[in-house]
Design a protein around this ligand. Structure first.
Ligand SMILES: CC(C)(COP(=O)(O)OP(=O)(O)OC[C@H]1O[C@@H](n2cnc3c(N)ncnc32)[C@H](O)[C@@H]1OP(=O)(O)O)[C@@H](O)C(=O)NCCC(=O)NCCS
Length: 309
C-alpha cells in the first residue's frame, strides 16, 4: 500500500487544521476546523492520552486521525476525528489510519474502539449521518452502530429570532423572588464547579473552565443569597456550540433555565454565530419551548471490540 502512517507532533497543528478545513465536508465543521483541532489536540492532551496520526501519500499529508483514551485506565479508545483529502479518497487512507489507531489503542490497553466523542474534549457526539462515506467506512471496517445522538439548532440569524427573545421581563420576575442572574467571571469558577459536581455528579469542570472568561465563550449563572441555582455555558468545545447547562432540581420550573439559555444565545449572536448548536441534547421540549430550537444534526455512534479485529 502506498500510504504511510506517521504519529504527528504539535508542530503539525496548522497543517492538520488546514487539511481538516478541506476534508470536513460539512461547511459548519470546515469553518470551525481550527477550534475543532484545538479542542481535540492541545487542550485534550492536558488530561488524557491523545494520538494524532497523519496519512502520507508520496510525501504529502492527505489524511489525519485524532484519537484519545477514556474509561479510567484507558480501556476505551476514541476516534475523535478522521478526515481524508477529497482528492485522495477510496484509496485506503482512512482504512490505514483506523487500522493504525486500533493497534495503537490496543498497545495503550484499550479493549474497544469507539467512533464517538470523548467529553469534555469533543467536537461532535459521533459521526454526523450526512458524512455518509464515513458511515460506509465504519461499517466496512467492522464497526457496529451503538447509540444515536442529536444536536438542536437555535436560529440566531436575526434579532427577531425566538431564540433571542428578551430575558429582562423574566429576570425582573426572578429578582422579585430574590434570584439574581448575571454573567459568571473567573472568581465564580470554584462555586460553579462545586455546584455542578454536587448537583449533577459533575464531569463539567473542564467545560466550565473552558467557558468562563474565555474569548468566544461565556457562562451565565443564577444565584440567591450567594447560592448557585443554575448555570449555562457556551463555546468551550466550539464557538457555535452551546452547553453544558444545569438548574438545581429545587429551582426547576422557575424559568431560570430559559433565561440562562437565551443569555448565552445572545452572547453567541453578538460573537457572530448565526446558528447555535445545542450539543448532545437532552431535554428536547425545553430547548424547543425556550429557544424554538429544532433537531437537526444527528449522529451515529459506533464501537468495535478489538478482539474482533
Ligand atoms: C470517511 C473518510 C475518512 C474515509 O476515507 P477514505 O480514505 O476514502 O477511506 P478508504 O479508502 O480507506 O475506505 C475504506 C472503506 O470504506 C468504505 N467507503 C469509504 N468511502 C465510501 C463511499 N464514499 N461509499 C461507499 N463506501 C465507502 C469502502 O468499503 C472502503 O473500502 P473499498 O474502497 O475497498 O471498498 C473520508 O470519506 C472523509 O474524509 N470524509 C469526510 C470526513 C468525515 O466524514 N469524517 C468522519 C467524521 S469525523
Amino acid at each position: 500500500m502506498d500510504v504511510e502512517i506517521v504519529e504527528l507532533a504539535l508542530d503539525h497543528f496548522s497543517t492538520v487544521t488546514q487539511l481538516c478545513g478541506q476534508a470536513l465536508d460539512l461547511p459548519e465543521d470546515a469553518a470551525e476546523a481550527p477550534a475543532v483541532v484545538d479542542v481535540l489536540w492541545p487542550r485534550a492532551a492536558v488530561d488524557r492520552t491523545v494520538v494524532v496520526l497523519g496519512g502520507y501519500r508520496n510525501g504529502e499529508l492527505v489524511g489525519v486521525l485524532i484519537g484519545s483514551t477514556s474509561g479510567g485506565n484507558g480501556t476505551l479508545g476514541h476516534v475523535d476525528l478522521v478526515a481524508v483529502d477529497p482528492a485522495h479518497r477510496r484509496r485506503g487512507v482512512g482504512r490505514a489510519l483506523l487500522a493504525y489507531a486500533e493497534e495503537r489503542f490496543a498497545g495503550l490497553g484499550a479493549v474497544e474502539v469507539l467512533l464517538a466523542g470523548n467529553p469534555p474534549h469533543y467536537a461532535w457526539p459521533g459521526v454526523d449521518v450526512r458524512y455518509t462515506p464515513a458511515v460506509c467506512a465504519a461499517l466496512a471496517l467492522g464497526y457496529t452502530q451503538d447509540r444515536t445522538a442529536w444536536n438542536m439548532t437555535a436560529d440566531l440569524s436575526s434579532d427577531g429570532s425566538p431564540a433571542l427573545r428578551p430575558t429582562a421581563p423574566a429576570e425582573r420576575r426572578l429578582a422579585g423572588q430574590g434570584v439574581t442572574v448575571r454573567r459568571a467571571g473567573p472568581a465564580d469558577l470554584p462555586a460553579l464547579t462545586a455546584f455542578a459536581r454536587s448537583t449533577f455528579g459533575g464531569t463539567w469542570d473542564t467545560e466550565l473552565a473552558g467557558s468562563v472568561g474565555r474569548d468566544r465563550a461565556g457562562c451565565h449563572l443564577a444565584e440567591r443569597d450567594g447560592e448557585v441555582l443554575g448555570f449555562a455555558a457556551w463555546g468551550s468545545s466550539r464557538p457555535s456550540w452551546f452547553g453544558p447547562m444545569g438548574t438545581a432540581p429545587a429551582a426547576e420550573g422557575s424559568g431560570i433555565g430559559a433565561v440562562l439559555l437565551r443569555r448565552c444565545l445572545a452572547d453567541q449572536r453578538a460573537a457572530g454565530v448565526t446558528a447555535a448548536q445545542i450539543g448532545w441534547v437532552g431535554p428536547v421540549r425545553f430547548y424547543s419551548g425556550s429557544a424554538d430550537a429544532r433537531i437537526e444534526r444527528v449522529f451515529f455512534l459506533y464501537r468495535k471490540t478489538l478482539a474482533d479485529r
